[in-house]
Design a binder for this molecule. Structure first.
Ligand code: ADP
Ligand code: MG
Length: 293
């Protein structure tokens, strides 16, 4: 069905990032809530006859065939913004893991395995569709009370703001060594996303980003010259530690592919165990009851 901007009623703010804000929107006709991301990009400025919007819609629609990607419902041009309408989820992984550690709880390996399974599933699907994510990080992995874990913001980053991202520290924290060179024109491939997920997995498992506290120059030097970060082998299982190591091989050609990682022992050993819904509900409740200012 087609959603018109006038049929949407603004609810609360879900969050804001570098490029705009995400608002909960209620659609009366369908009685559904959506997440609407407002990107400050004035189409009339370029007078492009909405070609831009059509391209964006085409590049987002592919996602609806994959259970590990956020469902896409439409893109609108209104009030000087592009609004991207997607399925609404209950929490993002960055806020989720922060609540886990604030409550002095542990991230279970079962949960981390399900997380890895979903993200690798999303990466495999995107690779088959010839789409790169380019911005894998905890805030772009969302979950809901049903225990579904899904990736969002695929292709948007490449579409609107690829050049902005390179100059922003927040994005660099998840970038692989091969992206640290200044004139990287070779473009992204899915090995980039595998590295970014390895970094995210350490952050989510330990509650702290492995490069926390580094300034821009230190960050670039660390990623480029130091051995890759690892999980503490006294705190996590050998299977999980090995999975992370395979994501964080510095040479992209030697780094594991998303296909082989999606069949990795760390994912397979939990494949017949359902995700712990009680744990997820407890933590999402914390996130939901702590609204943004
Ligand atoms: P970033 O990903 O850098 O945090 P975004 O603008 O992409 O910035 O998103 C801001 C926040 O909005 C996210 O951190 C997340 O908490 C929330 N959010 C984004 N999309 C959704 C969604 N579909 N459902 C629920 N919350 C969302
Ligand atoms: Mg995002």
């Amino acid at each position: 069905f087609l959603i018109k901007y006038d049929d949407l009623a603004k609810q609360n703010l879900l969050g804001s990032g570098q490029f705009g804000t995400v608002t909960k929107m209620f659609h009366k006709e369908s009685n559904m809530n959506f997440a609407a991301k407002a990107i400050n990009y004035d189409l009339t400025r370029d007078n492009q006859d909405n070609h831009y919007l059509m391209d964006l819609k085409a590049s987002l629609k592919f996602a609806n065939q994959c259970q590990h990607l956020i469902r896409f419902y439409g893109a609108l041009n209104a009030e000087g913004y592009i609004w991207i309408l997607t399925e609404i989820m209950d929490a993002s992984m960055d806020r989720f893991y922060q609540k886990v550690f604030k409550k002095n709880l542990q991230m279970t390996e079962l949960f981390l395995s399900k997380l890895a399974c979903s993200v690798m599933g999303a990466l495999v699907f995107m690779k088959q569709s010839d789409v790169m994510h380019r911005d894998i990080k905890p805030s772009n992995i969302l979950l809901n009370y049903k225990g579904e874990i899904k990736v969002c913001d695929f292709s948007i980053s490449g579409f609107v703001v690829d050049s902005v991202c390179r100059s922003v520290l927040g994005c660099r924290k998840y970038m692989p060594p091969e992206k640290m060179q200044p004139n990287q024109s070779k473009g992204y491939n899915s090995k980039t996303d595998v590295w970014s997920f390895g970094i995210s997995l350490i952050e989510i498992a330990t509650g702290i980003h492995p490069f926390e506290g580094l300034n821009d120059l230190q960050l670039i030097q660390t990623i480029f010259y130091d051995p890759p970060p690892k999980l503490d082998e006294t705190k996590f299982s050998p299977d999980l530690c090995r999975f992370v190591d395979k994501c964080l091989i510095k040479m992209p050609d030697d780094r594991s592919t998303c296909e082989s990682l999606s069949e990795n022992e760390f994912i397979r050993k939990f494949s017949n165990t359902p995700i712990d819904l009680g744990f997820i509900k407890t933590i999402i409740d914390e996130v939901v009851n702590d609204p943004l200012e």
